[in-house]
Design a protein. Structure first.
Length: 139
């Protein structure tokens, strides 16, 4: 018996970033990577800055980056709540590369604050999301 698709909402502090019916969600929690399929047991977990990969019920792939936050799974619904979330196609790779290199230089010099390190991790997630979308589009 086929299970109905999951209802997913990705919400940032300032907007709903994405919503739809999906058959698979992959994200990274503080405990490691997690895959969510229809029928998944209830779950609440903290996310780290990561790429979230989504496969819609019609087979499309969606990729976004979150700066951490939470993922909640219950009764066929998945909620991803994050302060900042962007779709991979919204990432301007050139700007993200530049900012990432600048922060990496500060980190390598040993003078990086916790806030700057968190921002560097967010940039890395955004770059991975942007590159995944770019690679899909060029394939």
């Amino acid at each position: 018996m086929e299970r109905p698709p999951l209802k997913v909402q990705v919400v940032a502090a300032d907007r709903e970033v994405w919503a739809g019916d999906v058959v698979n969600v992959i994200a990274r929690t503080t405990e490691g990577d997690i895959g969510i399929l229809p029928g998944h047991e209830p779950l609440m977990a903290a996310l780290v800055p990561c790429v979230v990969d989504i496969v819609t019920d019609d087979g499309r792939s969606e990729t976004l980056a979150v700066d951490g936050g939470f993922i909640s799974v219950a009764q066929g619904h998945v909620y991803i709540l994050s302060q900042e979330a962007v779709m991979g196609e919204e990432v301007t790779l050139e700007l993200a590369y530049k900012a990432s290199h600048e922060l990496a230089a500060i980190r390598d010099a040993g003078d990086i604050s916790d806030e700057q390190l968190h921002h560097l991790n967010i940039l890395h997630a955004q770059i991975r999301a942007g590159e995944k979308v770019q690679n899909r589009q060029s394939a």
